[in-house]
Design a protein around this ligand. Structure first.
Ligand code: GLU
Length: 513
Protein backbone atom coordinates (compact mmCIF):
# COMPACT_ATOMS: atom_id res chain seq x y z
CA UNK A 1 0.00 0.00 0.00
CA UNK A 2 1.20 3.52 -0.81
CA UNK A 3 1.99 5.51 2.29
CA UNK A 4 0.28 8.76 3.01
CA UNK A 5 2.50 11.58 1.80
CA UNK A 6 3.99 13.43 4.74
CA UNK A 7 6.85 15.81 4.14
CA UNK A 8 8.76 18.10 6.41
CA UNK A 9 10.72 21.28 6.08
CA UNK A 10 13.31 21.10 8.84
CA UNK A 11 15.32 24.30 9.12
CA UNK A 12 17.84 25.00 11.85
CA UNK A 13 17.23 28.42 13.41
CA UNK A 14 20.81 29.55 12.95
CA UNK A 15 20.04 32.78 11.08
CA UNK A 16 17.71 34.08 8.40
CA UNK A 17 16.27 31.50 6.06
CA UNK A 18 18.34 31.55 2.86
CA UNK A 19 16.55 31.72 -0.48
CA UNK A 20 17.72 28.14 -1.20
CA UNK A 21 15.94 27.03 1.96
CA UNK A 22 12.83 28.82 0.77
CA UNK A 23 12.95 26.82 -2.46
CA UNK A 24 13.26 23.59 -0.43
CA UNK A 25 10.21 24.59 1.62
CA UNK A 26 8.32 25.44 -1.56
CA UNK A 27 9.03 22.10 -3.26
CA UNK A 28 7.96 20.25 -0.11
CA UNK A 29 4.77 22.28 -0.06
CA UNK A 30 3.99 21.77 -3.76
CA UNK A 31 4.49 18.03 -3.45
CA UNK A 32 2.43 17.79 -0.24
CA UNK A 33 -0.49 19.73 -1.70
CA UNK A 34 -0.42 17.84 -4.97
CA UNK A 35 -0.55 14.53 -3.15
CA UNK A 36 -3.15 15.54 -0.59
CA UNK A 37 -0.44 15.00 2.02
CA UNK A 38 0.76 16.82 5.11
CA UNK A 39 3.39 19.51 5.35
CA UNK A 40 5.33 19.60 8.61
CA UNK A 41 7.55 22.40 9.84
CA UNK A 42 10.11 21.02 12.26
CA UNK A 43 12.58 23.27 14.03
CA UNK A 44 15.96 21.55 14.27
CA UNK A 45 17.54 23.46 17.11
CA UNK A 46 19.80 20.84 18.65
CA UNK A 47 22.98 22.74 17.95
CA UNK A 48 22.80 25.07 20.93
CA UNK A 49 26.01 26.89 19.92
CA UNK A 50 24.51 28.07 16.68
CA UNK A 51 21.12 29.19 17.97
CA UNK A 52 20.19 32.70 16.85
CA UNK A 53 17.35 34.61 18.53
CA UNK A 54 14.60 35.65 16.15
CA UNK A 55 15.46 33.06 13.50
CA UNK A 56 12.45 30.87 14.20
CA UNK A 57 10.03 33.81 14.00
CA UNK A 58 11.73 34.85 10.80
CA UNK A 59 11.12 31.40 9.27
CA UNK A 60 7.43 31.51 10.18
CA UNK A 61 6.98 35.01 8.87
CA UNK A 62 8.76 34.25 5.60
CA UNK A 63 6.70 31.13 4.89
CA UNK A 64 3.53 32.98 5.72
CA UNK A 65 4.41 35.88 3.43
CA UNK A 66 5.07 33.47 0.56
CA UNK A 67 1.86 31.51 1.09
CA UNK A 68 3.66 28.27 1.93
CA UNK A 69 1.12 26.75 4.29
CA UNK A 70 2.07 24.49 7.16
CA UNK A 71 -0.21 21.74 8.48
CA UNK A 72 1.77 20.68 11.53
CA UNK A 73 4.33 22.65 13.44
CA UNK A 74 5.15 24.59 16.58
CA UNK A 75 2.41 27.16 15.86
CA UNK A 76 -0.07 24.83 14.21
CA UNK A 77 0.25 21.93 16.64
CA UNK A 78 -0.46 18.38 15.44
CA UNK A 79 -0.51 14.77 16.56
CA UNK A 80 3.23 14.19 16.26
CA UNK A 81 4.59 17.01 18.41
CA UNK A 82 6.51 18.61 19.91
CA UNK A 83 7.78 20.02 16.61
CA UNK A 84 10.85 21.66 18.10
CA UNK A 85 13.74 19.28 18.68
CA UNK A 86 14.98 20.92 21.86
CA UNK A 87 11.65 19.84 23.40
CA UNK A 88 12.15 16.19 22.44
CA UNK A 89 15.18 15.33 24.57
CA UNK A 90 13.49 12.36 26.26
CA UNK A 91 12.69 10.81 22.93
CA UNK A 92 16.29 11.06 21.75
CA UNK A 93 17.68 9.76 25.03
CA UNK A 94 15.53 6.63 24.71
CA UNK A 95 16.71 6.08 21.17
CA UNK A 96 20.36 6.59 22.00
CA UNK A 97 19.97 4.01 24.74
CA UNK A 98 18.39 1.59 22.30
CA UNK A 99 21.40 1.81 19.98
CA UNK A 100 23.82 1.41 22.90
CA UNK A 101 21.93 -1.61 24.23
CA UNK A 102 22.03 -3.24 20.81
CA UNK A 103 25.74 -2.52 20.37
CA UNK A 104 25.05 -0.30 17.37
CA UNK A 105 26.68 2.62 19.14
CA UNK A 106 29.31 3.20 21.83
CA UNK A 107 30.40 5.80 24.34
CA UNK A 108 33.56 7.80 23.69
CA UNK A 109 35.51 10.00 26.11
CA UNK A 110 38.21 11.37 23.83
CA UNK A 111 38.75 15.02 24.64
CA UNK A 112 39.09 17.65 21.92
CA UNK A 113 42.85 17.67 22.64
CA UNK A 114 43.13 13.93 22.24
CA UNK A 115 41.26 14.04 18.97
CA UNK A 116 43.51 16.87 17.81
CA UNK A 117 46.58 14.79 18.64
CA UNK A 118 45.22 11.78 16.76
CA UNK A 119 44.66 13.98 13.72
CA UNK A 120 48.18 15.33 13.98
CA UNK A 121 49.70 11.87 14.29
CA UNK A 122 47.75 10.04 11.61
CA UNK A 123 47.34 11.56 8.22
CA UNK A 124 43.65 11.50 7.18
CA UNK A 125 42.61 10.40 10.64
CA UNK A 126 39.02 9.28 10.79
CA UNK A 127 37.22 7.86 13.83
CA UNK A 128 36.19 4.51 12.33
CA UNK A 129 36.85 0.75 12.28
CA UNK A 130 40.55 1.34 11.58
CA UNK A 131 41.13 3.63 14.57
CA UNK A 132 38.36 3.22 17.13
CA UNK A 133 40.22 0.51 19.02
CA UNK A 134 43.08 2.90 19.74
CA UNK A 135 40.79 5.52 21.24
CA UNK A 136 39.23 6.05 24.66
CA UNK A 137 35.79 4.55 24.41
CA UNK A 138 33.51 1.85 25.74
CA UNK A 139 34.94 -0.59 23.20
CA UNK A 140 38.45 -0.26 24.65
CA UNK A 141 37.79 0.49 28.32
CA UNK A 142 36.51 -1.79 31.06
CA UNK A 143 32.83 -1.41 31.82
CA UNK A 144 33.50 -0.22 35.41
CA UNK A 145 35.71 2.57 34.22
CA UNK A 146 33.11 3.74 31.74
CA UNK A 147 30.47 3.75 34.46
CA UNK A 148 32.79 5.56 36.85
CA UNK A 149 33.65 8.30 34.36
CA UNK A 150 29.98 8.85 33.58
CA UNK A 151 29.11 8.91 37.30
CA UNK A 152 31.84 11.47 37.90
CA UNK A 153 30.35 13.65 35.21
CA UNK A 154 33.08 13.40 32.58
CA UNK A 155 31.68 14.59 29.28
CA UNK A 156 31.22 11.95 26.62
CA UNK A 157 29.67 11.45 23.24
CA UNK A 158 27.83 8.52 21.73
CA UNK A 159 29.18 7.41 18.38
CA UNK A 160 27.50 5.29 15.74
CA UNK A 161 29.35 2.03 15.16
CA UNK A 162 29.74 1.77 11.42
CA UNK A 163 30.49 -1.61 9.97
CA UNK A 164 33.07 -1.20 7.20
CA UNK A 165 32.97 -2.68 3.72
CA UNK A 166 29.26 -2.49 3.04
CA UNK A 167 27.63 -1.00 -0.02
CA UNK A 168 25.03 1.47 1.13
CA UNK A 169 22.35 2.34 -1.41
CA UNK A 170 20.52 5.63 -1.34
CA UNK A 171 17.51 5.64 -3.60
CA UNK A 172 16.92 9.22 -4.70
CA UNK A 173 13.91 10.25 -6.78
CA UNK A 174 15.94 12.79 -8.74
CA UNK A 175 19.35 11.13 -8.84
CA UNK A 176 18.39 7.48 -9.01
CA UNK A 177 20.34 4.97 -6.94
CA UNK A 178 23.52 6.30 -5.40
CA UNK A 179 25.83 3.70 -3.84
CA UNK A 180 28.67 4.40 -1.47
CA UNK A 181 30.86 2.09 0.57
CA UNK A 182 30.46 2.31 4.34
CA UNK A 183 34.25 2.24 4.80
CA UNK A 184 34.45 5.90 3.85
CA UNK A 185 32.07 6.92 6.64
CA UNK A 186 33.24 7.84 10.11
CA UNK A 187 31.61 6.84 13.39
CA UNK A 188 29.46 9.94 13.59
CA UNK A 189 28.65 11.52 16.92
CA UNK A 190 24.95 11.01 17.65
CA UNK A 191 24.69 12.49 21.11
CA UNK A 192 26.67 14.79 23.40
CA UNK A 193 26.37 14.50 27.16
CA UNK A 194 27.67 18.05 27.60
CA UNK A 195 24.36 19.57 26.53
CA UNK A 196 22.29 16.39 26.72
CA UNK A 197 21.34 16.84 23.09
CA UNK A 198 21.51 14.63 20.03
CA UNK A 199 23.30 15.76 16.88
CA UNK A 200 21.50 16.56 13.68
CA UNK A 201 21.84 13.01 12.29
CA UNK A 202 20.16 11.22 15.15
CA UNK A 203 17.43 13.76 15.82
CA UNK A 204 16.68 14.10 12.13
CA UNK A 205 16.09 10.44 11.43
CA UNK A 206 14.36 9.64 14.71
CA UNK A 207 11.92 12.44 14.01
CA UNK A 208 11.43 11.51 10.38
CA UNK A 209 10.55 8.03 11.56
CA UNK A 210 8.28 9.04 14.44
CA UNK A 211 6.56 11.74 12.38
CA UNK A 212 5.97 9.16 9.64
CA UNK A 213 7.70 11.23 7.02
CA UNK A 214 7.29 9.61 3.62
CA UNK A 215 9.64 11.81 1.54
CA UNK A 216 12.75 13.66 2.63
CA UNK A 217 13.04 16.58 0.23
CA UNK A 218 16.08 18.73 0.93
CA UNK A 219 19.04 20.49 -0.63
CA UNK A 220 21.85 18.61 -2.33
CA UNK A 221 24.25 19.61 0.44
CA UNK A 222 22.60 16.91 2.58
CA UNK A 223 23.24 14.10 0.09
CA UNK A 224 26.51 13.09 1.81
CA UNK A 225 24.55 12.47 5.03
CA UNK A 226 22.06 10.17 3.35
CA UNK A 227 24.08 6.90 3.51
CA UNK A 228 24.56 7.43 7.22
CA UNK A 229 20.84 8.02 7.58
CA UNK A 230 20.10 4.80 5.69
CA UNK A 231 22.40 2.90 8.08
CA UNK A 232 20.73 4.49 11.09
CA UNK A 233 17.29 3.45 9.85
CA UNK A 234 18.60 -0.08 9.55
CA UNK A 235 20.22 0.00 12.98
CA UNK A 236 16.86 0.88 14.49
CA UNK A 237 15.13 -1.80 12.41
CA UNK A 238 13.05 0.77 10.53
CA UNK A 239 14.17 -0.07 7.00
CA UNK A 240 10.61 -0.84 5.90
CA UNK A 241 9.40 2.67 6.60
CA UNK A 242 12.44 4.48 5.34
CA UNK A 243 11.38 7.69 3.55
CA UNK A 244 12.14 8.24 -0.13
CA UNK A 245 14.99 10.69 -0.61
CA UNK A 246 14.87 13.70 -2.91
CA UNK A 247 17.99 15.87 -3.04
CA UNK A 248 17.34 19.13 -4.85
CA UNK A 249 19.95 20.74 -7.11
CA UNK A 250 22.14 23.50 -5.74
CA UNK A 251 21.41 27.14 -6.41
CA UNK A 252 24.39 28.54 -8.29
CA UNK A 253 25.81 32.02 -8.64
CA UNK A 254 24.24 34.02 -11.50
CA UNK A 255 27.24 33.21 -13.73
CA UNK A 256 26.91 29.52 -12.90
CA UNK A 257 30.34 29.31 -11.26
CA UNK A 258 29.92 27.92 -7.79
CA UNK A 259 27.33 27.94 -5.07
CA UNK A 260 25.17 31.02 -4.51
CA UNK A 261 26.29 32.91 -1.41
CA UNK A 262 25.21 35.93 0.54
CA UNK A 263 28.23 37.78 -0.81
CA UNK A 264 27.00 37.37 -4.40
CA UNK A 265 23.84 39.15 -3.36
CA UNK A 266 25.77 42.03 -1.79
CA UNK A 267 28.11 42.24 -4.76
CA UNK A 268 25.47 42.14 -7.49
CA UNK A 269 22.70 43.90 -5.62
CA UNK A 270 19.97 41.34 -5.09
CA UNK A 271 18.60 39.84 -1.89
CA UNK A 272 19.36 36.25 -0.92
CA UNK A 273 16.80 36.32 1.88
CA UNK A 274 13.01 36.43 1.59
CA UNK A 275 12.60 39.15 4.24
CA UNK A 276 14.94 41.79 5.55
CA UNK A 277 17.07 40.44 8.38
CA UNK A 278 18.44 42.46 11.27
CA UNK A 279 21.30 40.52 12.75
CA UNK A 280 20.80 40.57 16.53
CA UNK A 281 24.52 40.36 17.27
CA UNK A 282 26.09 42.78 14.80
CA UNK A 283 23.04 44.91 13.99
CA UNK A 284 23.83 44.44 10.29
CA UNK A 285 20.83 44.53 7.96
CA UNK A 286 20.52 42.14 5.02
CA UNK A 287 18.12 42.95 2.20
CA UNK A 288 14.95 40.94 1.69
CA UNK A 289 12.70 40.40 -1.32
CA UNK A 290 9.67 41.71 0.53
CA UNK A 291 11.28 45.01 1.52
CA UNK A 292 12.80 45.46 -1.92
CA UNK A 293 9.32 45.56 -3.38
CA UNK A 294 8.75 42.04 -4.70
CA UNK A 295 5.35 40.38 -4.65
CA UNK A 296 5.31 36.99 -2.94
CA UNK A 297 3.64 35.33 -5.95
CA UNK A 298 6.53 36.47 -8.15
CA UNK A 299 9.16 35.14 -5.75
CA UNK A 300 7.34 31.80 -5.56
CA UNK A 301 7.04 31.50 -9.34
CA UNK A 302 10.69 32.48 -9.87
CA UNK A 303 11.97 30.01 -7.25
CA UNK A 304 9.76 27.18 -8.49
CA UNK A 305 11.58 27.28 -11.82
CA UNK A 306 15.06 27.14 -10.27
CA UNK A 307 15.58 23.40 -10.52
CA UNK A 308 12.25 22.34 -12.00
CA UNK A 309 10.35 22.96 -15.24
CA UNK A 310 6.81 22.06 -16.24
CA UNK A 311 7.99 20.17 -19.34
CA UNK A 312 7.22 23.03 -21.73
CA UNK A 313 8.10 26.75 -21.84
CA UNK A 314 5.30 27.96 -19.60
CA UNK A 315 6.80 30.46 -17.19
CA UNK A 316 3.96 32.25 -15.45
CA UNK A 317 2.26 29.90 -13.05
CA UNK A 318 0.42 30.74 -9.88
CA UNK A 319 0.59 28.50 -6.81
CA UNK A 320 -2.37 26.35 -7.89
CA UNK A 321 -0.87 25.70 -11.28
CA UNK A 322 2.52 24.92 -9.73
CA UNK A 323 0.85 22.45 -7.39
CA UNK A 324 -0.83 20.73 -10.31
CA UNK A 325 2.24 20.56 -12.50
CA UNK A 326 5.10 19.94 -10.08
CA UNK A 327 6.95 16.66 -10.43
CA UNK A 328 10.32 15.24 -9.39
CA UNK A 329 10.78 13.78 -12.86
CA UNK A 330 11.19 17.32 -14.18
CA UNK A 331 13.65 18.37 -11.48
CA UNK A 332 17.21 18.70 -12.69
CA UNK A 333 20.26 17.03 -11.20
CA UNK A 334 22.58 19.86 -12.09
CA UNK A 335 22.63 23.17 -10.26
CA UNK A 336 20.27 26.00 -11.16
CA UNK A 337 21.73 29.42 -11.93
CA UNK A 338 20.23 32.14 -9.80
CA UNK A 339 19.23 34.49 -12.63
CA UNK A 340 17.98 37.30 -10.41
CA UNK A 341 17.17 39.58 -13.36
CA UNK A 342 14.53 37.05 -14.27
CA UNK A 343 13.10 37.54 -10.79
CA UNK A 344 12.46 41.18 -11.70
CA UNK A 345 10.77 40.12 -14.90
CA UNK A 346 8.47 37.84 -12.95
CA UNK A 347 7.67 40.66 -10.60
CA UNK A 348 6.79 42.97 -13.48
CA UNK A 349 4.44 40.35 -14.87
CA UNK A 350 2.73 39.93 -11.52
CA UNK A 351 2.43 43.69 -11.05
CA UNK A 352 0.65 43.81 -14.41
CA UNK A 353 -1.72 41.05 -13.32
CA UNK A 354 -2.51 42.60 -9.97
CA UNK A 355 -5.30 45.18 -9.81
CA UNK A 356 -4.51 48.77 -8.90
CA UNK A 357 -6.73 48.31 -5.89
CA UNK A 358 -4.69 45.42 -4.50
CA UNK A 359 -1.45 47.18 -5.29
CA UNK A 360 -2.72 50.28 -3.49
CA UNK A 361 -2.95 48.26 -0.29
CA UNK A 362 0.58 46.93 -0.79
CA UNK A 363 1.95 50.37 -1.52
CA UNK A 364 0.76 51.88 1.76
CA UNK A 365 4.00 51.25 3.68
CA UNK A 366 6.01 52.75 0.83
CA UNK A 367 3.76 55.85 0.81
CA UNK A 368 4.06 56.25 4.55
CA UNK A 369 7.81 55.89 4.35
CA UNK A 370 7.78 58.87 2.01
CA UNK A 371 5.61 60.99 4.29
CA UNK A 372 2.37 60.58 2.36
CA UNK A 373 -0.74 59.60 4.28
CA UNK A 374 -2.56 57.06 2.10
CA UNK A 375 -5.84 57.96 3.78
CA UNK A 376 -5.69 61.49 2.35
CA UNK A 377 -6.61 59.96 -1.01
CA UNK A 378 -9.59 57.88 -2.04
CA UNK A 379 -9.01 54.22 -2.76
CA UNK A 380 -10.30 54.74 -6.31
CA UNK A 381 -7.89 57.58 -6.96
CA UNK A 382 -4.87 55.61 -5.73
CA UNK A 383 -5.90 52.50 -7.64
CA UNK A 384 -6.45 54.43 -10.87
CA UNK A 385 -3.11 56.24 -10.52
CA UNK A 386 -1.33 52.91 -10.04
CA UNK A 387 -3.08 51.37 -13.03
CA UNK A 388 -1.85 54.27 -15.19
CA UNK A 389 1.82 53.73 -14.34
CA UNK A 390 2.31 50.11 -13.36
CA UNK A 391 3.51 48.99 -16.80
CA UNK A 392 6.59 51.14 -16.15
CA UNK A 393 7.60 49.39 -12.92
CA UNK A 394 9.30 46.12 -11.99
CA UNK A 395 9.20 46.37 -8.20
CA UNK A 396 6.79 47.95 -5.73
CA UNK A 397 9.53 50.46 -4.94
CA UNK A 398 9.77 51.49 -8.62
CA UNK A 399 6.01 51.69 -8.66
CA UNK A 400 6.16 54.32 -5.95
CA UNK A 401 8.71 56.33 -7.93
CA UNK A 402 6.42 56.21 -10.96
CA UNK A 403 3.24 57.12 -9.13
CA UNK A 404 4.46 59.58 -6.50
CA UNK A 405 3.61 62.74 -8.44
CA UNK A 406 -0.07 61.85 -8.16
CA UNK A 407 0.27 62.36 -4.40
CA UNK A 408 2.74 65.18 -4.06
CA UNK A 409 3.13 68.21 -6.29
CA UNK A 410 6.67 68.60 -7.65
CA UNK A 411 9.05 70.45 -5.33
CA UNK A 412 11.68 70.71 -8.03
CA UNK A 413 11.59 70.53 -11.79
CA UNK A 414 14.03 68.57 -13.94
CA UNK A 415 16.78 70.95 -14.98
CA UNK A 416 17.37 69.49 -18.42
CA UNK A 417 13.66 69.52 -19.25
CA UNK A 418 13.45 73.18 -18.20
CA UNK A 419 16.33 74.00 -20.48
CA UNK A 420 14.78 72.21 -23.39
CA UNK A 421 11.11 73.10 -22.97
CA UNK A 422 10.62 76.21 -20.79
CA UNK A 423 11.00 79.09 -23.24
CA UNK A 424 10.58 82.82 -22.51
CA UNK A 425 7.04 82.62 -23.95
CA UNK A 426 6.09 79.58 -21.85
CA UNK A 427 4.70 81.34 -18.72
CA UNK A 428 2.20 83.29 -20.83
CA UNK A 429 1.22 80.13 -22.71
CA UNK A 430 0.70 78.32 -19.40
CA UNK A 431 -1.59 81.16 -18.21
CA UNK A 432 -3.62 80.64 -21.36
CA UNK A 433 -3.63 76.88 -20.85
CA UNK A 434 -5.10 77.42 -17.39
CA UNK A 435 -7.99 79.40 -18.92
CA UNK A 436 -8.54 76.76 -21.59
CA UNK A 437 -8.64 74.01 -18.97
CA UNK A 438 -10.88 76.00 -16.65
CA UNK A 439 -13.38 76.55 -19.45
CA UNK A 440 -13.81 72.81 -20.04
CA UNK A 441 -17.19 71.47 -18.95
CA UNK A 442 -15.89 67.90 -19.26
CA UNK A 443 -12.38 67.29 -17.93
CA UNK A 444 -12.08 63.67 -19.08
CA UNK A 445 -9.07 62.72 -21.17
CA UNK A 446 -11.14 62.18 -24.31
CA UNK A 447 -12.92 65.54 -23.95
CA UNK A 448 -9.95 67.68 -22.88
CA UNK A 449 -7.38 66.50 -25.40
CA UNK A 450 -8.99 67.77 -28.65
CA UNK A 451 -9.79 71.15 -27.11
CA UNK A 452 -6.25 71.72 -25.87
CA UNK A 453 -4.71 70.52 -29.13
CA UNK A 454 -7.03 72.79 -31.13
CA UNK A 455 -6.02 75.77 -28.99
CA UNK A 456 -2.30 75.05 -29.61
CA UNK A 457 -2.87 74.66 -33.36
CA UNK A 458 -5.00 77.82 -33.54
CA UNK A 459 -2.32 79.88 -31.86
CA UNK A 460 0.42 78.29 -33.95
CA UNK A 461 2.34 77.32 -30.81
CA UNK A 462 5.02 74.65 -30.77
CA UNK A 463 3.12 71.48 -29.85
CA UNK A 464 6.06 69.67 -28.26
CA UNK A 465 7.13 72.62 -26.15
CA UNK A 466 3.66 73.45 -24.86
CA UNK A 467 2.73 69.87 -24.05
CA UNK A 468 6.07 69.20 -22.37
CA UNK A 469 5.89 72.40 -20.34
CA UNK A 470 2.40 71.29 -19.26
CA UNK A 471 3.86 67.91 -18.24
CA UNK A 472 6.82 69.50 -16.48
CA UNK A 473 4.42 71.66 -14.45
CA UNK A 474 2.27 68.74 -13.34
CA UNK A 475 4.77 65.86 -13.07
CA UNK A 476 8.07 67.68 -12.44
CA UNK A 477 9.80 66.03 -15.38
CA UNK A 478 9.00 65.09 -18.95
CA UNK A 479 8.03 61.50 -18.20
CA UNK A 480 4.98 59.47 -17.36
CA UNK A 481 1.75 58.20 -18.88
CA UNK A 482 -0.50 60.04 -21.33
CA UNK A 483 -0.79 63.68 -20.21
CA UNK A 484 -4.56 63.96 -20.49
CA UNK A 485 -5.03 60.73 -18.52
CA UNK A 486 -2.96 62.31 -15.77
CA UNK A 487 -4.87 65.59 -15.75
CA UNK A 488 -8.25 63.85 -15.91
CA UNK A 489 -7.44 61.74 -12.87
CA UNK A 490 -5.87 64.58 -10.91
CA UNK A 491 -8.82 66.81 -11.63
CA UNK A 492 -9.14 70.35 -12.88
CA UNK A 493 -8.36 72.07 -9.63
CA UNK A 494 -5.12 70.26 -8.85
CA UNK A 495 -3.95 70.39 -12.47
CA UNK A 496 -4.42 74.15 -12.76
CA UNK A 497 -2.96 74.68 -9.29
CA UNK A 498 0.21 72.90 -10.33
CA UNK A 499 0.50 74.91 -13.53
CA UNK A 500 0.22 78.13 -11.50
CA UNK A 501 2.81 76.87 -9.08
CA UNK A 502 5.23 76.12 -11.92
CA UNK A 503 4.81 79.61 -13.37
CA UNK A 504 5.84 81.02 -9.98
CA UNK A 505 8.65 78.56 -9.36
CA UNK A 506 10.33 78.05 -12.71
CA UNK A 507 12.23 81.31 -13.03
CA UNK A 508 13.37 82.98 -16.24
CA UNK A 509 16.95 82.32 -15.07
CA UNK A 510 16.27 78.67 -15.16
CA UNK A 511 14.61 79.09 -18.49
CA UNK A 512 17.68 80.61 -20.04
CA UNK A 513 20.10 78.30 -18.23
N1 GLU B 1 18.26 20.96 9.84
C1 GLU B 1 18.71 20.69 8.50
C2 GLU B 1 18.78 22.02 7.78
O1 GLU B 1 19.04 22.98 8.41
C3 GLU B 1 17.75 19.74 7.85
C4 GLU B 1 18.27 18.98 6.68
C5 GLU B 1 17.24 17.95 6.29
O2 GLU B 1 16.23 18.37 5.72
O3 GLU B 1 17.44 16.77 6.61
O4 GLU B 1 18.59 22.16 6.59
Amino acid sequence: MERKVRVRFAPSPTGPLHIGGVRTALYNYLFARQSGGDMILRIEDTDSNRFVPGAEEYINEALEWLGIGIDEGVRQGGAYGPYKQSERRDIYRTHVKQLLDNNRAYIAFDTPDELERARAEHKNFQYDASTRLQMRNSLTMPREEVDRLIAEGHPYVVRFLIEPGRDVKVDDLIRGEVTINSSILDDKVLYKSADDLPTYHLANIVDDHLMEVSHVIRGEEWLPSAPLHVLLYEAFGWQDTMPRFVHLPLLLKPDGKGKLSKRDGDRLGFPVFPLEWHDPASGAVSAGYREQGYLPQAVVNFLALLGWNPGDDTELMDMDELIRKFSFSHCSKSGARFAFEKGKWFNHEYLMQTSGKELAALLRPEMERHGVNPDDFSEEYTAAAIDLVKSRANLLSDLWEQVRFFFTAPETYAEKDIRKRWKPETPAQMEELISVLESLPDFSSAAAEPVVLAWIADKGYHLGNVMNAFRLAVVGECKGPHMFDISALMGKEETTRRIRRSIERITPDNAQG
